[in-house]
Design a protein around this ligand. Structure first.
Ligand code: NAD
Length: 480
């Protein structure tokens, strides 16, 4: 059986403990590989390797560093099929999604920052006739990148690329639930000739490996994407050490639909926003708010489309939805379905586990599930489910829609559907969310600030925001 290895100082290494954890294919329920059950000793070795590599890496020109990242992006493009299959095997998502979204985006992340860093400049502030200030942006040193299971290589590279481009050396940990493509990326780093120790990947659990990375005194910044509770743990552990933190956390996003929307486009995208990646995207629109005059028509059209979604073997081209990522996560989502019923919700469609035939007979499949008749204040409507479960809610006025949309501790994303230009802007500005889409969803420009407000996170990723996060500004004031 395949045993993944840590990637430390440019070499593949077994965990110091000698212990491994099973890695399960969620579409079949079978253990198909073993991953290192690493601990603080492996983190220590990785930090030391990163520290040793840092001076030479930081001294390279931005162009030279950028070229390594561009090379990696080209290797990802070359290996698209292999990486897409690996992602689907690890995560359960449809192969079509891995092939068209996850892996191409991983390549784009590396390409984007590999080229972008060459245009990264710092500011100068001229005090007329008195002095000139200029800002030097220095890499931080060793930084940690910790990513979740829902978009494995996509989010792993989204962190690593700007960290490396800015001149830092990285100790990274993919989710222990989906470690495979990070392992394959390490192989590509060797092929790309990335200097040893510049990127180190330590596999294992959050409480052991992730915590050791965050608490290590030589790790200067942590870029984390994952759950809000884990974000709180990291913030608590690192606050006394004054580390820089970028936290991209949970969401409970609203899709706000007005009666004057482009109906067909709205229904089609609302379905996609609800159930793409089995509803396991932090940006998924899980609360669908519809103006009352359109509610009945929207509900009928939405349910028709949802019932036409095919839940199936993620390797089959016709599958719109694959497996949930793990047995534990399936159980969590099922508990929310039970909760929605306890809270008085009306189940409109779905709610049941899907039992497939053949190789996927033991996979973690769930029907796309839609509820209505739940108050905007209930747990189902305020807590992150992170699965294929959504609610429909009618509203009468714009104010009411905003009250519903903003009634959650999260503030990651939202989408607004209307043909009224003024209203679109007004509502967008009043939504408590870091990202608002108008008449679209998940359209991404990598230059824009990405992240959430409230309990959805601290800081922003993307573009200059990420390069600024991964650098320390120093002002030099020169008297004229
Ligand atoms: P998680 O918080 O359980 O794990 C994320 C990562 O953190 C994993 O690598 C895990 O091993 C590690 N980790 C766990 N405990 C740790 C600790 N004490 N110290 C350091 N690291 C630790 O999240 P998950 O279940 O993998 O992912 C799902 C969550 O991620 C959802 O809440 C989702 O909304 C969120 N998410 C947010 C974004 C965003 O951009 N805002 C994007 C994707 C996913």
């Amino acid at each position: 059986m395949l045993h993944l290895q840590n990637f430390v100082n440019g070499t593949f290494q077994a965990p110091t403990s000698g212990a491994y954890l099973p890695n399960i294919n969620p579409a079949t329920g079978e253990v198909y590989s073993q991953i290192p059950d690493s601990d603080e000793r492996d983190v220590q070795a990785a930090v030391e390797a990163a520290q040793a590599a840092f001076p030479a890496w930081a001294a390279l020109s931005a162009e030279k560093r950028g070229r390594f990242l561009i090379k990696l992006s080209e290797l990802i493009d070359r290996d698209l099929e292999r990486l897409a299959e690996a992602e689907t095997t690890d995560n359960g998502k449809p192969l079509s999604l891995s092939r068209t979204v996850d892996i191409p985006r991983a390549s784009s992340n590396l390409y984007f920052f590999g080229t972008g860093v060459q245009h990264f400049a710092s500011e100068a502030h001229h005090m007329e006739g008195v002095a000139v200030n200029y800002t030097v942006r220095k890499p931080l040193g060793v930084v940690a990148c910790i990513s979740p299971w829902n978009l494995p290589l996509y989010l792993f590279t989204w962190k690593i690329a700007p960290a490396l481009a800015a001149g830092n050396c990285v100790v990274a940990k993919p989710s222990e639930i989906t470690p495979y493509t990070a392992h394959l990326l390490a192989e590509l780093c060797v092929e790309a000739g990335l200097p040893a120790g510049v990127l180190n990947i330590v596999h294992g659990t959050g409480p052991k490996v992730g915590a050791a990375m965050c608490e290590h005194p030589e790790v200067k910044a942590i870029s984390f994407t994952g759950g809000t509770q884990t974000g709180k743990t990291i913030a608590r552990a690192t606050a006394p050490m004054f580390k820089k933190l970028s936290l991209e956390l949970g969401g409970k996003n609203a899709t706000v639909i007005f009666a004057d929307c482009d109906f067909e486009k709205t229904v089609a995208t609302a379905v996609q926003a609800a159930f793409a990646n089995q509803g396991q995207i932090c940006l998924c629109g899980s609360r669908i708010l519809v103006e009352r005059s359109l509610y009945a028509r929207f509900k009928a059209a939405f349910l028709e489309k949802v019932e036409n979604l095919t839940v199936g073997d993620p390797l089959e081209a016709g599958s719109n939805m694959g497996a949930l990522v793990s047995a534990a996560h399936l159980q969590k989502v099922q508990q929310y379905i039970a909760l929605a019923q306890e809270e008085g919700g009306t189940l409109l469609t779905g709610g049941e586990r899907v039992h497939l035939q053949g190789r996927c007979a033991n996979g973690y499949f769930l029907q796309p599930t839609v509820f209505e008749n739940l108050p905007h204040t209930c747990r189902t409507n305020t807590e992150e489910i992170f699965g294929p479960v959504v609610t429909l809610m009618p509203f009468d006025t714009e104010e009411e829609a905003l009250t519903y949309a903003n009634h959650t501790q999260y503030g990651l994303a939202a989408s607004v559907w209307t043909q009224d230009l003024t209203r679109a802007h007004r509502v967008a500005h009043a939504l408590q969310a870091g990202i608002v889409w108008v008449n679209t969803w998940l359209l991404r420009d990598l230059r824009t600030p990405f992240g959430g407000t409230k309990q959805s996170g601290v800081g922003r990723e993307g573009g200059w925001e990420a390069l600024r996060f991964f650098t320390e500004p120093q002002n030099v004031c020169v008297k004229l």
